[in-house]
Every structure is written in structure tokens, then in C-alpha cells.
Design a protein around this ligand. Structure first.
Ligand SMILES: C[C@H](N)C(=O)N[C@@H](Cc1c[nH]cn1)C(=O)O
Ligand code: ZN
Ligand code: ZN
Length: 521
């Protein structure tokens, strides 16, 4: 192990050129591309990585063009009117994979529960390679995206990939999760073009409802675990983000997500506030009062009993946070402001990874257009979610939430009607990173980025992670491509060109190191 100080190599960072090509495979040392962080171990170059990396560099414009086409399809799973686009995106992905020689199927999932006029988008499954002497890696990603409108604060059209002078590629889905999904497609293409065999069999599982709670996918994975996915040796998911902008990470934990709606209704229709203000119970007043009893401005959840469900912190766990390469500046950079709640990085990471949070997302039926309409809305629906952590069980959380909201509403002595229900839930997941799946990924990070990755947990949720682990019985690794400043789910979502191109190399290198790992469970 070599102790090293941070060292910038700006010319390489800009050109995206590989220092590795200056050395022959046998003599080549591990050479960092941009920054050194601490220790670099002496990982050996897997054979055939050099021509693969070279091909990725040569194909980078083709890969960016592929992302441009994908971003242009507004595959928003939450909006009924875009369902046809989600289907179009599935077809695009299936066509790209088929053209590269993969065996592709679009598996239907039936009707959307609660919205039976809509078909759920298909799961795009694909197999590339079927060699019994090779390991089989199952990769998962999603091709649906969050809603986006220019008016939300986008500087560019959300569904037109726009690349600025710093190589930042703006567009909805660029980082979440079209870039990483296409990263796998790029890996296949680069191998074919370079005339290199893929070192593993690849199984793909790409869904179109992740941003809406992965409707229908759990049953599909369980049903196919011993069929389509039966050969799986390990699972890899690229659908989260680095902690900062320079240092990659491997992720072994996710928070869960329980998403709720709470409606208040009373008047038969919207009312004139001059005529009825002061003489009728107003649903909006009731709702905002109830919502204000859920969480305080310091992020403390106000639902009695909820924090008692959280697993206590151990001394071992406490000692992990200080070693993570993360600073308050990283937080401020990704926030775009200095509005963080906590005083230091340790407490900030704990709040993101190992404590629950409650966020209020919006109110359906509220007057939100610019201008001054003097209306009393007749029915309003508040939306909020709780990110859950070990050991919170969904049913226990639901009971506490429902009881608390009903009790707070009862205190208002309102004659309006309140309803509260769970829209969807997805469980938290924490695994052990001591597995060859993680070792292979760590070597790949060192090869591509010249740095040992941090082992992180993630504040977001990928509900199917636990399902994959339980249904296949295999190790699951999260291998992110994008960085902390990518603004997933927000306006001006982007993926940096270097994260996309070096990230494609990372996914490919990971497969090569996986192939070299001794085959154990
Ligand atoms: C981390 C992942 N890229 C992501 O954004 N997941 C969503 C999943 C979700 C849960 N409910 C609705 N969508 C998230 O964490 O919000
Ligand atoms: Zn995602
Ligand atoms: Zn997302």
C-alpha cells in the first residue's frame, strides 16, 4: 500500500485519455486518473481491459448519442399521459440490446393496481452469453424517470440532452437511471467492437416503474428467481450516487420508503373565500395543521413511538463515519446552499444513512399557479414519505402514522372528513460488503479511478434490492456511476461526461474482475 496525498492530473481529467495506454499490460502500474485519496493498493490489470478501455474512449460519442436518444423519451412512470412513452423507452432499450446480439424479452406485468385503465410497463430482460464455465451476473436498472417541466427551474429543456463546456450532460434521467442502464449496453458494444469476449454471462433486468414504487416487480422477480434468473451468481445495481464528486464508492445499504397520502374534504365544491371564509371549515387549514405535526424544522419526526423502532447505534458503527471521505463542503455543493441541518459530516451521514426522515412533498388540489385566486379548495391531498431504516417494519410504521394523524385531526374539532392511506412501501436493505462481488468492484474502481472506494450506505431507496437478495439468495452490490451534484429527481439533473464514460469502463472492468474471483457463495 502506498500512502499518497491528493494530486490533481487536470490534463487527463479534461481529455478523458487513458494513462494506461502508455504501458504494456505486463509492466503497467495502477495509475490514478484524477485524484489520489489515501492508499492505492497494487491491483493487477485484468487481461483485456486495455483494449476495452481504448474502445470505450473511441466510442464515447456513440455512447453519448445513445444517452441523448434515451433522454428524449419522457418515460415518466408517475404520469398517466406518459405511459406510452414508458413503453417506447422499453422498446428503445430492447432494440439497442437486440442489435448487439442479446436475447431480449419484454415481459408484461399486467394492469396497474388502482389504475386498471393502465398497463404496467414491461420488464425488459436480456441474456448476453450462456457459457456454463463463466459466472453469471444479473444487472438491474430502471428506464422510467421522475416528472420534469422547464418551469420547475430547468435552465435547459429537460428532455433534450444538453452538454455544457464542462462536460455536464443535463437531462431528466441522465443520472437516474438511463446513464447507468446504458452503461451496461455500452459495455456489450465496446466488447463486440474490440473483438473481446465478455468474461461473464450477463443477465439484464430493466424495469419501468421504479420511480412509482416498482409496482409488479417483486412478484416477477420471485417467480423468475428459479427460472430466468436461476444461473445468477451475484447481482449488481447501478442506481445511486457517489458521496462527493471525485471519489467513487460501493454501497451496501439503502433506506426504505413508506409513501403516504392524507386527504381532507368537506365542501361539495371549491368555494369563494369572500363569501365562505370564516363560516366554513376549510380543508386546507386542517391539512396544513395536521402536516405541521409530522416533522419539525430540525428534521425531528414528531410521530410518537417512531424513533423507538430504530436500531440502536453500536460503537463499531459509530467509528465508521469519521473515515468516510466526505466534507460539509460536499454537502453544500450538492445542496447548492449552506442549509444543512447538522454541524458536522458524521451527524450528516448518520441522518442520511441510519436514521429515518420524513419529507412533505406536496398538496394535490391546492392552488399552485402564479397569481392570486381567492379560492377555498374543497378537497386537498397531502403527500409525504418516511425513509425507513433498520429495524422499522412497514406495518408498525403505518400504525403509528395513521394513529397519530387521526389523533391530531381529532384535536381540530373540524367537521371535515380525513382519510390517510399508504401509497406504496419498499423495505430498507443492509448487507455485508465482505464478498467477492464487492472485492471485484473495489479492484475495478482502483483500476479505473486509481483510488480505493469508500464503503457507503445510501439515503434513497431501491425497493427491489432486498427482493433480489432474498429471491436469488445471492450477494447484491450497488455500484454507482453518478456523483453527488447530479441533482437526481430535481431540476437540472445531469451526468458528467467523465462519470458516464469512466463509469462505463468501471462497469466493464467490474465484470472482468468478477470473472477472476474464486467462485464461492
Ligand atoms: C436511489 C434511486 N435512484 C431512487 O431514486 N429511488 C427512488 C425510489 C422510490 C421510492 N418511492 C418512490 N420512488 C427514491 O429513493 O425516491
Ligand atoms: Zn433510480
Ligand atoms: Zn429516482
Amino acid at each position: 500500500m502506498l500512502p499518497l496525498f491528493p494530486l490533481r492530473i487536470p490534463s487527463l481529467a479534461r481529455s478523458g485519455q487513458s494513462l494506461l495506454s502508455k504501458f504494456s499490460p505486463s509492466t503497467r502500474p495502477i495509475v490514478p486518473r484524477r485524484f489520489f485519496y489515501g492508499h492505492i493498493s497494487d491491483t493487477k490489470m485484468a487481461p483485456q481491459l486495455e483494449p476495452f478501455f481504448k474502445q470505450v474512449d473511441e466510442s464515447s460519442e456513440t455512447f453519448i448519442d445513445r444517452l441523448r436518444k434515451a433522454v428524449a423519451i419522457p418515460s415518466i412512470s408517475a404520469q398517466d399521459e406518459n405511459r406510452k412513452d414508458v413503453f417506447r423507452m422499453a422498446q428503445f432499450l430492447a432494440d439497442e440490446l437486440t442489435a448487439l446480439g442479446a436475447e431480449v424479452e419484454q415481459r408484461p406485468l399486467g394492469k396497474q393496481p388502482g389504475k386498471e385503465h393502465l398497463d404496467l410497463p414491461p420488464v425488459v430482460v436480456a441474456r448476453y452469453g450462456n457459457d456454463k464455465n463463466k459466472k453469471t451476473i444479473l444487472v438491474y436498472g430502471h428506464y422510467d424517470v421522475q416528472p420534469a417541466q422547464k418551469e420547475d427551474g430547468w435552465a435547459t429543456e429537460p428532455f433534450e440532452l444538453t452538454i455544457d463546456e464542462k462536460g455536464r450532460m443535463y437531462g431528466r434521467g441522465s443520472t437516474d437511471d438511463k446513464g447507468p442502464v446504458l452503461g451496461w449496453v455500452n459495455v456489450i458494444e465496446a466488447h463486440r467492437k474490440a473483438g473481446i469476449e465478455l468474461p461473464v454471462n450477463l443477465l439484464c433486468c430493466f424495469e419501468g416503474m421504479e420511480e412509482y414504487g416498482s409496482e409488479g416487480l417483486d412478484d416477477f422477480i420471485q417467480a423468475e428467481a428459479k427460472k430466468y434468473f436461476k444461473d445468477t451468481d451475484a447481482v449488481c445495481i447501478s442506481d445511486n450516487y457517489w458521496l462527493g464528486t471525485e471519489k467513487p464508492c460501493l454501497t451496501y445499504g439503502l433506506r426504505g420508503c413508506n409513501y403516504y397520502s392524507v386527504s381532507v374534504s368537506g365542501p361539495a365544491q371549491d368555494l369563494h373565500s369572500g363569501v365562505f371564509g370564516g363560516s366554513a371549515h376549510e380543508p386546507m387549514t386542517d391539512l396544513v395543521t395536521v402536516l405541521s405535526k409530522l416533522v419539525d424544522p430540525q428534521g425531528n419526526i414528531l410521530i410518537p413511538g417512531l424513533m423507538d423502532l430504530v436500531a440502536p447505534m453500536t460503537e463499531d458503527e459509530k467509528s465508521l463515519y469519521g473515515n468516510i471521505s466526505y466534507t460539509m463542503e460536499n454537502l453544500h455543493e450538492s445542496l447548492g446552499s449552506e442549509t444543512g441541518i447538522h454541524p458536522n459530516k458524521e451527524r450528516t451521514l448518520m441522518a442520511r444513512w441510519r436514521y429515518p426522515s420524513l419529507s412533505i412533498h406536496g398538496i394535490e388540489g391546492a392552488y399552485s399557479a402564479p397569481g392570486a385566486k381567492t379560492v377555498i379548495p374543497a378537497k386537498v391531498i397531502g403527500k409525504f414519505s418516511i425513509r425507513t431504516v433498520p429495524n422499522m417494519e412497514s406495518e408498525d410504521v403505518n400504525k403509528l402514522v395513521f394513529d397519530h394523524i387521526k389523533a391530531e385531526f381529532a384535536k381540530l374539532n373540524s367537521k371535515n372528513k380525513l382519510d390517510v392511506w399508504l401509497q406504496h412501501d419498499g423495505k430498507w436493505w443492509v448487507a455485508s460488503p465482505k464478498h467477492w462481488n464487492f472485492s471485484a468492484a473495489s479492484k475495478a474502481v482502483q483500476q479505473v479511478f486509481g483510488v480505493e472506494p469508500d464503503m457507503t450506505r445510501e439515503g434513497g431507496s431501491i425497493p427491489v434490492t432486498l427482493t433480489f437478495e432474498q429471491a436469488t439468495g445471492k450477494n447484491v452490490l450497488l455500484l454507482p456511476m453518478g456523483s453527488s451534484t447530479d441533482a437526481a429527481h430535481s431540476a437540472n439533473e445531469k451526468l458528467d461526461r467523465r462519470n458516464y464514460i469512466e463509469g462505463t469502463k468501471l462497469l466493464g472492468a467490474y465484470l472482468h474482475y468478477v470473472a477472476e474471483e474464486p467462485a464461492t457463495e
